[in-house]
Design a protein around this ligand. Structure first.
Ligand code: UDP
Length: 325
């Protein structure tokens, strides 16, 4: 297949580009490098540009008859979205419409969208399946849900078919150690704990100790980046073969508390470090765990790296080799 990966220079996008290329697909990355890295795009063609720019989109779509588009280019910080919602609605929603309009102009019919567990808001039950009510509690989650909803109208009007994949907590790194997570600023739990383990930060903060969980800290479902990417490849392959539009939740179905994740990092790294208990972070639900049975049965998707110690091991290898050499 010929695939346009928008946001292919970011954490998830760069792993996706590698997987697609290794599987023999022709890949073009479009990325404005606002948060991604040119050197993370190690395979395929690269075009620097913004999806807000219709001229660039016309050039890219004219250059290659794409079978499908995978869209990873979005802002992802919940806290920032609360204080600067315009940034999130403009890029994550409005600019995505610009991309969809370009697809319509160029008759590209298959779209894989990076969605998020944040579209569900405060869980009414766990594990969260696809029919769980969608009531986002921050502009980030809302911006993603708005795209999911707009896609239904684009399908009716233009026949554009889509698969929306709602990620729980993406983690881990490329098995070969070639790629990994590089967010600035880093806000995600596992890379922050690894920074404490490697000595790049003094301590790790545990945000809240009074949640209704076994140890009082928040519980999340961590999914290996490679498993996440394999679900995208299966989804696009099926979509191109005519499976029709779908929505899937992607996680391992196992919840780990912040304290449990810290313990796993200590075991894997054999390092000790300071833990500081602080206040809750605004907008954090107590427990987010995915029910991914639908993705497993319909896509034939099976997570391979579903052991948290393995996820942490791969991320630890990246932390040591990339940041600490
Ligand atoms: N967290 C924490 N300390 C940190 C960063 C995160 O205790 O320094 C907690 C956070 O409150 C959440 C969990 O770790 O309960 C996962 O947070 P992350 O930002 O990695 O992902 P999110 O669940 O927000 O997508």
């Amino acid at each position: 297949m010929k695939i346009l990966v928008v946001g292919g220079a970011g954490y998830i996008g760069s792993h996706m580009v590698k997987m697609l290329s290794k599987a023999g697909h022709h890949v073009v990355t479009l990325d404005n490098l606002s948060t991604g890295y040119r050197d993370a795009v190690k395979y395929g063609e690269f075009v620097e540009g913004d999806i807000a720019d219709s001229d660039i989109l016309n050039q890219v779509f004219s250059s290659t008859p794409f079978d499908g588009v995978m869209h990873f280019a979005s802002y992802i910080e919940v806290g920032e979205s609360v204080v600067n919602p315009g940034k999130y609605f403009r890029n994550n929603f409005s600019n995505t419409l610009n991309l969809l309009d370009a697809m319509v102009r160029h008759a590209v019919k298959h779209f894989i969208f990076s969605s998020t567990a944040a579209i569900f808001g405060e869980p009414e039950y766990v594990p969260i399946d696809e029919s769980h009510p969608k009531k986002p509690i921050n502009p980030y989650g809302l911006s993603k849900l708005m795209v999911e909803q707009a896609l239904e109208s684009y399908e009716i009007a233009h026949g554009l078919q889509s698969v929306c994949l709602r990620y729980f907590n993406a983690a881990g790194a490329d098995i070969d150690g070639e790629l990994g997570e590089r967010h600035v600023p880093e806000t995600h739990l596992i890379p922050l704990i690894l920074q404490a383990a490697s000595g790049r930060r003094e301590s790790i903060s545990v945000f809240g100790n009074d949640y209704p969980t076994t140890d009082g800290s928040c519980v999340r479902d961590y999914i290996h980046i490679v498993d996440l990417c394999s679900a995208h490849l299966l989804a696009l392959t099926k979509l191109v073969k005519g499976s029709g539009s779908k929505r899937y939740n992607l996680g391992n179905g196992n919840g780990f508390s912040v304290i449990q994740v810290i313990d796993v990092v200590k075991q894997v790294s054999a390092k000790n470090f300071k833990i500081v208990e602080t206040n809750r972070r605004a907008g954090d639900p107590a427990t987010l765990v995915a029910d991914s049975a639908l993705a497993q049965s319909e896509l034939g998707w099976t997570p391979v790296y579903d052991d948290l110690a393995v996820i942490v091991e791969h991320a630890w290898k990246w932390e040591k080799n990339y940041f600490c050499k």
